[in-house]
Design a protein around this ligand. Structure first.
Ligand code: NAG
Ligand code: NAG
Length: 280
């Protein structure tokens, strides 16, 4: 079926990922910008709210980068994890880690990957190189199947989710994720994150960045770089993220108006591999 529900489910998972905690590289080079230049922190307030007039000259649109762009190429060779993403959970003592293993497939008569065949583990600790604790989670795949001649089906890589709990607030953790039972390459390189502070009158995220409609366009990278330079403690991503539904199932070039460009399409198609460029 042209499965609205599996598509929605995938979108839901990406929405979960929208509360991205800072990725390591951003925090590393941002640490010397703290409070000096750029956008003030919440702790420097309170401020009178500032409203900027909408600048139409900034709304020129930006075309999707093709999947052949090196920035969207797979970063890891299976079975190594890729698209590793952090998301805030209910409190500063917990955090979601998500990633993908295996390759998505597009074509005919596909056999989905088996999510039970690979473990979902996060090894972590408070000292670099010392990952003394392990948390396990769950894995799934989703498929987008179209019963129309000429349209291709899609089945995803294995999508893993692990929730870390009982973390200490305001603390840096070092972690690797993946499957430690594999003989080689099952775990990612070491990465790190810092947990949010425990809520208190003088302890809260110093800068919260909000971004929407990020896409995978010629301007997404400069937007993300701009966010990172301002050293946010938390990024709230409100979507949209990848415009997979501006494409035919056969890929090609995305269009701004699907029904205008493809009036004969039997259904609104989408090219799910656009999602797979996310967080690479
Ligand atoms: C935005 O993208 C367009 C191409 O789509 C490019 O010409 C322009 O330089 C980009 N601007 C920035 C700031 O990256
Ligand atoms: C896609 O999957 C559907 C449902 O299983 C099937 O009817 C259809 O033939 C498949 N399409 C291709 C191109 O394999």
């Amino acid at each position: 079926m042209a499965s609205g529900s599996t598509h929605a489910r995938h979108l839901y998972h990406h929405c979960l990922l929208q509360l991205l905690l800072l990725l390591l590289p951003c925090q590393q080079f941002a640490s010397h910008l703290v409070d000096g230049g750029g956008i003030p922190t919440t702790l420097d307030g309170p401020f009178t709210p500032v409203t900027r007039a909408f600048d139409r000259s900034l709304r020129q649109g930006s075309a999707d980068v093709p999947l052949s762009d090196p920035r969207l190429a797979p970063r890891a060779r299976p079975p190594c994890p890729e698209q590793i993403t952090l998301a805030a959970s209910a409190e500063p003592t917990s955090l979601w880690v998500s990633w993908v293993t295996g390759r998505a497939q597009v074509g005919t008569h596909l056999t989905p990957l088996d999510p039970a065949a690979v473990r979902s583990e996060v090894w972590y600790g408070e000292r670099a190189g010392h990952h003394l604790r392990v948390a396990t989670g769950s894995a799934e795949v989703y498929s987008q199947l179209y019963p129309y001649p000429g349209l291709l089906n899609y089945t995803s890589g294995v999508i893993h989710h692990v929730r870390l709990v009982n973390l200490t607030p305001s603390t840096r953790y070092y972690y690797r994720c993946g499957d430690s039972s594999l003989p080689e390459g099952g775990l990612s390189d070491e990465r790190s994150f810092r947990t949010l502070p425990a809520p208190a009158p003088d302890a809260y995220p110093r800068r919260v960045a909000v971004v929407g409609d990020l896409g995978l366009t010629g301007n997404s990278t400069s937007t993300v770089d701009h966010l990172a330079k301002n050293d946010p403690s938390l990024i709230l991503m409100v979507g949209d993220m990848a415009y997979a539904n501006q494409y035919l199932t056969t890929g090609g070039t995305g269009v701004s108006c699907f029904s205008c460009s493809f009036p004969d399409a039997p259904i609104r198609e989408s090219y799910q591999p656009r999602w797979d460029g996310w967080a690479r």
